[in-house]
Design a binder for this molecule. Structure first.
Ligand code: LLP
Length: 432
């Protein structure tokens, strides 16, 4: 419970109390709430830029590119913030690919990942001459070869290998064990490369690996990297002209009391393992860049005393932020008005959706708060809005980007009319 008494926000220094009010950069969150209503997401552009620069600086002495993993937060305003600094994009669908392009990241800086790319998605990528397609199966190689041949192009590919390494993170976000659906088993990769090299329209240029998300230790990365380095050397020795290594994302952040590796240490170990390989490196961080840079602001609708628990009921719900329901994830909860360190009490913090799983925190010790007050669910910049849904016909929360003293709505809350207009009553029910 030690962290609960701390007044320093996760996401500091961009998220901090200034004159008793929780701010993003220099903007009090309450001011944004007045303008857009609750619930809403707000991101610190300053922090996103700072994190990107930290990552880029750690690799400034290596041939490395950073392809922001768009799935973490696909808002065009967020992608454009990173694109402007020189980031590429890691995308997993045509939709994300289109977002990267719309935000100003050219296809020459896009890596297309994912285990189930359809022929039409592959065609979109090849027609745009995408930098690299990470292929995850032999059937996908065959489909891509057919698409590329039809278009008269050559697709540059990496095979995503599955190195069978336990990332020691939540089971639902572990991807590099052999029982996981991802990649081609590293022991069978060489034969897949030989088949790829013989296929028309396919140019094998690299190896890709990604073993999971929210890793808090360097060790699994190092084990996976060493296996990839060995494969790289042996494929080159067999005459397959590889020149790129895509080392994925996965670097964790602090939500509560985790101690994720410093980015400089992560970079040092990648450089130690691959330094003399001659390969260019790419990375696909998502959470590291945007996770601590966003919060979800909600209003307390009611405080209700149950028989055994006290409930704080918010106007945000699992449709806005599903991570606690899906992964039992911890998000720090901070009132927008700074409180004294007295009178903290336990409560379950819940949303209004009709499921017991719609719970943000159980028996969480919080300062005294009342209905009508605003709170922030911290570290919600990655996989927050991005995994939002319209469950219970709740309107998607708007998103706001702050930079210094300015802020802009980067996604507005839709109207109920716009949401209802997406559905159609079939003619046989409307005819009289
Ligand atoms: N590259 C690939 C191939 C990936 O599958 C992922 C994430 C990333 C990069 C970015 O990983 P990051 O740097 O953000 O850890 N919804 C979950 C996380 C799912 C991650 C999926 N893949 C959560 O809320 O924790």
């Amino acid at each position: 419970m030690t962290k609960l008494a701390k007044t320093e926000a996760p996401g500091a220094p961009e998220f901090a109390y200034r004159k008793g009010e929780l701010c993003a950069d220099n903007v009090p969150l309450a001011r944004i709430a007045d303008e857009v209503g609750t619930p809403f997401y707000v991101y610190s552009g300053t922090q996103i830029e700072r994190r990107y620069r930290e990552f880029a600086d750690a690799f400034s002495d290596a041939r490395a590119t950073i392809c922001y993993s768009v799935k973490a937060n696909p808002n065009l305003g967020v992608i454009a913030t990173l694109g402007k600094l020189g980031a590429g994009a890691d995308v997993v669908s045509e939709g994300e690919f289109r977002r990267a392009l719309a935000a100003g990241i050219p296809a020459s800086r896009v890596i297309f990942s994912g285990i189930g790319k359809t022929a039409s998605e592959l065609e979109f990528a090849v027609a745009h001459d995408v930098h690299q397609i990470n292929v995850e199966s032999v059937p996908e190689l065959e489909a891509l070869s057919a698409v590329a041949t039809r278009l008269g192009r050559t697709a540059r590919i990496a095979i995503r290998v599955n190195p069978d390494v336990d990332a020691r993170t939540h089971a639902k976000i572990t991807t590099g064990k052999k029982e996981n659906k991802f990649g081609i088993d590293i022991a069978h990769a060489a034969s897949a490369y030989r088949r790829a090299a013989a296929m028309p329209g396919i140019a094998p240029v690299g190896i890709a690996v990604h073993i999971g998300s929210q890793l808090t230790s360097l060790r699994p990365f190092e084990t996976a990297f060493r296996r990839v380095a060995e494969l790289y050397r042996s494929l080159r020795a067999q005459g397959i002209p590889l020149e790129r290594l895509d080392l994925g994302g996965g670097v964790g952040i602090r939500y509560k009391d985790e101690t994720p590796p410093a980015i400089a240490d992560y970079a040092a170990s990648a450089k130690r393992i691959f330094g003399n390989s001659g390969a260019s490196l790419s990375f696909e961080p998502g959470r590291y860049l945007v996770g601590n840079a966003g919060v979800l602001v909600a209003k307390i609708v009611y405080v209700k005393k149950g028989v055994t628990h006290r409930f704080i009921i918010l106007d945000a719900a699992m449709n806005d932020l599903i991570r606690p329901a899906l992964y039992d994830a911890w998000h720090e909860i901070m009132p927008l008005n700074e409180k004294a360190r007295r009178g903290w009490k336990e409560a379950d913090v819940v949303g209004p959706v009709c499921e017991t799983g719609d719970t943000f925190a159980t028996r969480r010790k919080l300062p005294p708060v009342e209905a009508g007050e605003l709170v922030a669910l911290m570290s919600a910049g990655a996989y927050g809005a991005s995994m939002g849904s319209g469950y219970n016909t709740r309107l998607p929360a708007p998103e706001v980007l702050v930079r210094g003293s300015q802020f802009a709505v980067i996604r507005a809350r839709p109207s109920y009319d716009a949401v209802l207009a997406q559905d159609h009553i079939p003619p046989w029910l409307t005819a009289n």
